[in-house]
Ligand binder design. Structure first.
Ligand code: PLP
Length: 386
């Protein structure tokens, strides 16, 4: 008999009822060290006092009014994002997938009445969500099988391959890429690739869209991952970390890229609601602080150094460490799913990704002692597999 919850996930038999910082507690009181952070969402850890205060204060004032009216909390967060980035304007969504939908719509609308381009270029290994447009962009068999007919107009190129960028032409409306692929296995695009991509987009007129849903909001040690390369997009998708656990996403764009998005072209009942934006504004003010980001870099380097030692000690389990900042991955020799299972046995939560990688995406403020504890548990998990 089908369960009451549609069985689209292979869930671990764990149910958490409380969290604090980098720790989660099960119904029966067992504590787990969380290196998944809700898949790169809980950037300030569980039950972060600043976020509890922000949402509690807002919940007592006003939850929802719709976008028929001005929303001061939304305007404040949009202004903060504009001031911190390449962007001139922001639309708020409830998720990364919805951000992807708007990024696709905005890219095509840009060409409406200006050359009518519709082709969107994406990359192998990409993940942009589960909507019809997002699975068509991914093109992966496991995402699209049985869901046809696919939304037309998407093509895929090899990731991080400069020579392949020749396929971007005057017919290309936009190119959508994760500066660091998350679900694809923590594959960080080289600076040279992102620079060549920007140059090719400039040469052909194609818009450049960065999907920073997973790698953004401080995860790599800069507010947004693309900042490492110095390359700026025309449009950027954000979600996950920006809400710190509250469902919130956004599309950021330059004024030029947003030229088609006039009144009536897009909308959302909940997107940018006062509750979400009160939380998002608090996350943004903490994570965009240069002192916070420099701590992410320090913690990322500390964690990585320890991981290199764990990998070196267990060559039969791990092959290499990947990633940047606290967007970390372990390329495995053993099946990644077995490594995740072995972690559960040590009360350690990690997340599998493609390319036989185990992701480590802790809270960005994970204490140093929790990093040390995570390394000890990973080491024990690896020993159990040897
Ligand atoms: C890079 C990227 N884009 C888009 C999405 C979709 O976001 P959501 O699950 O919030 O719809 C994800 C989710 O994992 C993601 O990692």
């Amino acid at each position: 008999m089908i369960p009451s919850v549609l069985p689209t996930y292979n869930r671990a038999p764990l149910a958490f009822v409380a969290g604090s910082g980098s720790w989660l507690t099960t119904e029966d009181g067992r504590r787990y060290l969380d290196l998944g952070a809700g898949i790169a969402v809980n950037v300030l850890g569980h039950a972060a006092p600043e976020l509890v205060a922000a949402i509690t204060a807002q919940a007592g004032r006003l939850w929802h009014v719709s976008n028929l009216y001005r929303i001061p909390e939304q305007e404040a967060l949009a202004t903060a994002l504009v001031e911190a980035t390449f962007a001139d304007t922001v639309f708020f969504t409830n998720s990364g997938t919805e951000a992807m939908e708007l990024a696709v719509k905005m890219s095509r609308k840009y060409w409406d009445g200006h050359g009518e381009r519709s082709e969107i270029v994406a990359f192998h290994g990409a993940f942009h969500g589960r909507s019809s447009a997002a699975i068509a962009a991914s093109g992966a068999e496991k995402m699209v099988k049985g869901f046809g007919p696919l939304l037309p107009g998407f093509v895929q190129l090899p990731f991080d391959d400069i020579a392949a960028l020749e396929a971007i032409t005057e017919a290309t409306a936009a190119v959508i890429v994760e500066p660091a692929q998350g679900e694809g296995g923590i594959r960080v695009a080289s600076d040279a690739f992102l620079k060549a991509l920007r140059a090719r987009c400039d040469a052909t007129g194609a818009l450049l869209v960065f999907d920073e849903v997973q790698c953004g909001m401080g995860r790599t040690g800069r507010l947004f991952a693309h900042e490492w390369s110095g390359v700026h997009p025309d449009i950027m998708m954000v979600a996950k970390g920006i809400g710190g656990g509250f469902p919130l996403g956004a599309v950021l764009a330059t004024e030029a890229a947003a030229r088609g998005m006039v009144a009536g072209t897009h909308g959302s009942t909940y997107g940018g609601n006062p509750l979400g934006c009160a939380v998002g504004g608090t996350v943004m003010s903490i994570v965009s602080d240069p002192a916070f980001l420099s701590e992410v870099n320090r913690k990322g380097a500390l964690f990585r150094q320890g991981l290199e030692a764990v990998v070196a000690a267990h060559p039969d389990v791990f092959e290499a460490v990947r990633g940047q900042g606290l967007l970390l991955g372990l390329r495995c020799v053993k099946p990644a799913a077995e490594v995740v299972q072995a972690g559960y046995a040590q009360n350690l939560l990690t997340v599998a990704a493609a390319d036989n990688v185990v992701r480590l995406l802790p809270a960005l403020n994970i204490p140093d002692e929790d990093i040390a504890e995570a390394l000890a548990r990973l080491d024990r998990a690896a020993t159990s597999l040897s």
